[in-house]
Every structure is written in structure tokens, then in C-alpha cells.
Write a protein of this length. Structure first.
Length: 470
């Protein structure tokens, strides 16, 4: 890893990202795809159900309020700094370029680790899909399908941001639509939406509600990712904040509602749900809709693809921005002459995911999914906390800060600090107990690199105050 000490490569028409290529809905598609709403009822909800119990839906509701605070902070910063570097630039211009570089470094790991996680999750869902249609022994190992999965993601990310953002939106609309329709069918079987046990607030264990929040927040990560497409979105000062806030709100409504109806459909048996490897399919089966398993697994497969593609898009834009500012190697800042995508950054991001996917085969898909998803969450939440501090500071620069902005920022910081604390204490079982230290080691490598860069080429760090992306 190296950066040059001279100036950035000349910015010509062919070296720029495709400005204004994305309409509002395509910009929405980026955030929705990384959130991958379908994966929460398909798998992620189990931990929250086991932790929060009958108040699972309330845990998601409280989490939604917290995420909306973070989304508002991102919106403030995105409106004032519409750049592909997004979090790297936001925090760098508030706390200094060294801290900004670490924020970008953290988010790159978050998006790449999420891509690795969905590359591990895809064969799980595909295997369940094949089993549901009677194919118990595929003609090739499932990890081979992961390679094909990554090849398609690489081509789509390299070829066209408009196509990949639109594909992510369409695939997520299909997968979420499938979940909503099957949920409506489950409700129809029960003949009511009223579940007295889930509405008995006096009997809730509120400590469990808050204990479930770290896992709730992890369902939302990625809602902010449309900010990385600021150079390619139309009217980014307006479209990016709108996309971030609306996608967070949509995800919160979906998660809260689906949690309520899944617990209802499973006869309020959150213990069984917490131990299930396919919770939504179990809920449908309990309603006599076992035949929908094929459709549910299909929805999870296409949602995984959309999520993986959106993660590579987001990671490559951050790498592109940090390459343009020379915090990373100059090649990361190069843009394909024809496709106007950061092709070297795309190839490197996919390459890292590919190597990790192959290396994790002996661990098993489910274990690898859990490990990499956990590491990814650390990268997201730390930067979320930083943005809750940076947003009020940004408003103070322009004389717009009000007591409410400070209060909202403090609430966001408190929630994210709680999430971080809840991720490491009580100390989880091995190997989850060492994952925070692996992430810390990664951050130390970045800190040392950027420290060396600061000492040898201080002019590189000061460039963050300018728009070097073109």
C-alpha cells in the first residue's frame, strides 16, 4: 500500500465518475440494497427474538428511533459535502484529515466484510432453495456458486453504476414484496392482527428490549451507503439526505412490522424462533404455507446478490475518493474511460472478498457469515458515532446549531456507544470474543499507515479541504 507524494493525476473528462447519472430512486436503491431487508426475517431476526423475547418488535422500534438520529446526522453532512468519500470527508473536515482517514478505513472494512458475509450467506440460501425443490446433492460444491456470485457482482459493478443501482433496487423490491405477500397470507390464516401478548406492555422485560439493540442496529447497517454515490447522483445535496433518511425509515417500519407478525405467526414462541436457522420459513410452515419455502429462499438469494453488489459499489467509491486524495494508492482513484467506474478499486474490493471467501470455506458458511458480519458491524457503528458528533459541529460552523441539534447528537452518541459496549460485554463465546481485537488490529494498521503518510507527506492530508474527486 503506497501513496504518491506529488499531485493527483490530471482530471480529464474520461477520468471522472458519471456525474448525475442516478435518479432519486436509483440512489435509494443503493441504501436499500446494502440494508438487504429480506435477510432480517430470513435469518438475522433470530438473535433479537432470543434476546428481547415477546418484545422483539419493540426492540426494533426503539432501534429505528436511534437509527433515524444517525440518518439525520448523515443528512446534514451529506447536504454540505456531496462527495464519494462521504464519511472520510465528513469526519475529516470536522476532526482533521487523520481522523477522517481512519473513518474511511473503517467504512471500507465494513462494506467489504458485509460483502464477504453475503458471499457466505448466498450458498446457505441457495442450498436451502435446492433442497426445497428436491435437489439434496448439487452437482458441484456450493462454494463454486459463490465464485459465480462474485463474478456477476464484479461485472455489474465494473460495467455501469446506473445498471447496478437499478438492479439492486429492483431485486430488493421483488424480495421484500415476496416477504410482505407471504406475511399477509399468514395474517389471513390467523384472521386477525391483534396479539394480546405482544401488546401487554406491563409484562415486557425492558432490560431485554435494550439488550437486543446491538443486534437490531446491525440489521440497519448500510442505510447510509447512498452517500458514497454523491458524485453520481443527480442533485446530491438533496437526493442523498433524502435517500438516507427515507431508507432508514422504511427499514425501521418494515423490521418493526415483520418482527411483530413473525412472533405472532409463530404462536409467540420466541424461544423456538431464536433457535431457528430459517425463522420466516418456520412461520409460513406453521400457517400451512410450507410450499412458500422455495419462494422465500429465492427472495433471500436475490437479496444477497443486491446487497453484495451495493457493498462493492460503496467500498470502491470510498477507495476511489481516498485514492484521489492520495490517502491510498493513486490507482484507486482511476476511472474507466468508457464505463466511468472506479474499475481498479472495484477489482481490488472483489479480489479481497474472493480470497476471504475461499479462505473461509473450511469454517463453514454459517460460521463465516456470523464472524464477518460481526466484524463489519464494528466498522459501521464506530463511524455512526463519529457522525453524530460531526453533524452538530458542522452546524456550529455556519451558526445554525441549536440546542435540539446537540441533544439529538448526544442521544445518537449514547446509543452507538451502548451498541459498541453491548457487542463486547458480556464477553461473547469464542471466537466472537476475539473479533473486536481483530478489528482493532486492522484499525491500528491503518493508523500506522496514515501516521507515516502524515509525517512524510503532510500536504496530502491538508488536501481534504478541497474537492479532489473531480
Amino acid at each position: 500500500m503506497s501513496a504518491t507524494t506529488g499531485t493527483n493525476p490530471p482530471i480529464t473528462a474520461g477520468s471522472k465518475l458519471r456525474h448525475g447519472a442516478l435518479n432519486l430512486m436509483e440512489t435509494f436503491g443503493q441504501s436499500i440494497a446494502v440494508i438487504a431487508p429480506t435477510l432480517t426475517p430470513a435469518l438475522n431476526i433470530t438473535v433479537v427474538a432470543a434476546t428481547a423475547g415477546i418484545a422483539c418488535w419493540l426492540s426494533y422500534f426503539v432501534g429505528t428511533l436511534g437509527v433515524m438520529i444517525v440518518a439525520a446526522s448523515v443528512g446534514i453532512l451529506a447536504a454540505r459535502h456531496p462527495q464519494a468519500g462521504s464519511f472520510f470527508v465528513y469526519i475529516g473536515r470536522s476532526f482533521g484529515p487523520y481522523t477522517g482517514a481512519l473513518a474511511g478505513w473503517s467504512m471500507i472494512s465494513a462494506y467489504i466484510m458485509t460483502a464477504i458475509a453475503v458471499a457466505q450467506g448466498f450458498p446457505i440460501f441457495l442450498g436451502n432453495l435446492l433442497t426445497a425443490v428436491g435437489i439434496t446433492k448439487p452437482f458441484v460444491p456450493l462454494w463454486v456458486f459463490s465464485l459465480a456470485f462474485l463474478a456477476m457482482i464484479c461485472y455489474a459493478a465494473y460495467r455501469d453504476i446506473k445498471f447496478s443501482s437499478r438492479a439492486g433496487l429492483v431485486l430488493e423490491c421483488i424480495s421484500v414484496g415476496i416477504i410482505v405477500i407471504i406475511t399477509a397470507m399468514v395474517i389471513g390464516v390467523h384472521g386477525t392482527i391483534i396479539d394480546p401478548k405482544q401488546l401487554a406492555f406491563s409484562k415486557f422485560n425492558y432490560s431485554s428490549v435494550f439488550a437486543g439493540l446491538p443486534f437490531v442496529i446491525f440489521s440497519f447497517v448500510g442505510f447510509e451507503s447512498s452517500a458514497t454515490l454523491a458524485k453520481e447522483a443527480g442533485r446530491p445535496e438533496k437526493s442523498i439526505p433524502l435517500a438516507v433518511v427515507c431508507c432508514a425509515a422504511f427499514a425501521g417500519i418494515f423490521f418493526t412490522g415483520i418482527a411483530y407478525f413473525m412472533v405472532f405467526g409463530d404462536a409467540d414462541n420466541t424461544t423456538a424462533m431464536g433457535n431457528s436457522s430459517s425463522p420466516f420459513t418456520d412461520v409460513a410452515g406453521a400457517a400451512g404455507l410450507g410450499w412458500t419455502a422455495v419462494i422465500v429462499y429465492f427472495a433471500a438469494c436475490i437479496s444477497s446478490f443486491a446487497c453484495g453488489l451495493a457493498c462493492i459499489n460503496a467500498a470502491s467509491r470510498l477507495m476511489y475518493s481516498m485514492g484521489r486524495y492520495q490517502f491510498l494508492h493513486n490507482s484507486m482513484g482511476l476511472v474507466h474511460q468508457k464505463h466511468q467506474t472506479p474499475h481498479f478499486a472495484v477489482f481490488l474490493a472483489v479480489g479481497i472478498v474472493l480470497v476471504a471467501t475461499l479462505a473461509l470455506i473450511p469454517a463453514g458458511f454459517l460460521n463465516a457469515f456470523g464472524w464477518t458480519g460481526t466484524i463489519a458491524s464494528f466498522g459501521f457503528v464506530i463511524v455512526y458515532l463519529g457522525m453524530c458528533i460531526a453533524a452538530p459541529l458542522e452546524l456550529r460552523k455556519t451558526g445554525e446549531m441549536k440546542p435540539l441539534n446537540v441533544l439529538v447528537g448526544v442521544a445518537g452518541v449514547a446509543l452507538m456507544a451502548f451498541v459498541i459496549w453491548g457487542s463486547v460485554y458480556p464477553v461473547p463465546a469464542y471466537p466472537f470474543n476475539i473479533l473486536p481485537y481483530l478489528f482493532l488490529a486492522y484499525m491500528i494498521i491503518g493508523a500506522v499507515w496514515f501516521g507515516v503518510l502524515k509525517a512524510k507527506s503532510p500536504q496530502v492530508l491538508t488536501s481534504i479541504v478541497h474537492d479532489m474527486e473531480g
